[in-house]
Design a protein around this ligand. Structure first.
Ligand code: NAP
Length: 248
């Protein structure tokens, strides 16, 4: 129970990678805010999985596109668990894929708003609270394509590349206050986000991945637990790549 008495907020944890991270942190003793924007039943299922295993969690509907909603997330965490957040996982993310020459302004803006501006808003709030505790862990979920680029994802790649710089800047600013800021860059992971990819595309990619398979949400959750726990206290400003060797 390495996260006993810690409070964690995991954005976008009703499904996929966020859900796996919420369950993993809870299994290590953290009290977890399971955040969602529309998938209420999925979020309740995640909470039920956690509580039936003896953990503590509540589901909170909040859009990371809204500053008021993000403030409310932090307020609920403090009220429900009697202390401010010790761990923030900025996981909520969307894609709005299109070729560059066809990409609409809204497709670009929506992705930047959800994947980047939200991380600015939540990290600023977390930093203010964690500075008072002189300890905290912030984990940003980036992507392999933020490093490699990807056709059809100009907006999404921009958002994930931004997280690399934001992670390093926050790490440098907050290190003296005991706050560690790191990122995880997943490769192809089996979730709803990749479920819609054509089978031919998936098969082609699996051939290119040295470990010959897509990863699981649990592969990412194990890394998140490591970065959230004191065993990684000497690590800050880093991005951990988890991609089966696809990008080295
Ligand atoms: P997913 O299955 O599509 O789940 C996305 C999660 O984000 C859902 O819980 C969703 O909740 C939530 N969400 C979306 N918009 C939100 C908003 N405005 N406010 C609050 N929550 C919101 O995605 P995933 O594959 O697990 O991806 C999770 C993260 O990993 C994302 O940042 C993604 O970019 C990154 N990633 C994924 C892969 C991959 O291969 N899957 C690879 C690299 C990086 P609702 O359903 O309630 O909206």
């Amino acid at each position: 129970m390495i996260l006993q008495d810690k409070v964690a907020i995991v954005t976008g944890s009703s499904r996929g990678i966020g859900a796996a991270i919420a369950e993993k942190l809870a299994s290590a003793g953290a009290s977890v805010i399971v955040n969602y924007s529309s998938s209420a039943s999925h979020a309740e299922q995640v909470v039920s999985n956690i509580t039936s295993a003896g953990g503590k969690a509540i589901a909170v509907k909040a859009s990371v596109n809204s500053e008021d909603d993000i403030k409310m997330l932090f307020e609920v965490a403090e009220k429900e668990f009697s202390t401010t957040a010790d761990i923030l996982v900025n996981n909520a993310g969307i894609t709005r894929d299109n070729l560059l020459i066809r990409m609409k302004n809204e497709e670009f803006d929506d992705v930047i708003d959800t994947n980047v501006r939200s991380v600015f808003l939540s990290t600023r709030l977390a930093a203010i609270q964690m500075m008072k505790k002189r300890y905290g862990k912030i984990i940003n979920i980036s992507s392999i394509v933020g490093f490699s680029g990807n056709p059809g994802q100009f907006n999404y790649v921009a958002s994930k590349a931004a997280l690399t710089g934001m992670t390093k800047s926050a790490a440098l600013e907050l290190a003296s206050r005991g706050i560690r800021v790191n990122a995880i860059a997943p490769g192809f992971i089996e979730t709803d986000m990749t479920a819609g990819l054509k089978d031919e595309f998936k098969d082609e990619y699996k051939k290119k991945i040295p470990l010959k398979s897509f990863g699981t949400a649990n592969d990412i959750a194990e890394a998140a637990l490591y970065l959230a726990s004191p065993v990684s206290d000497y690590i800050t400003g880093q991005t951990l790549h988890i991609n089966g060797g696809l990008y080295l």
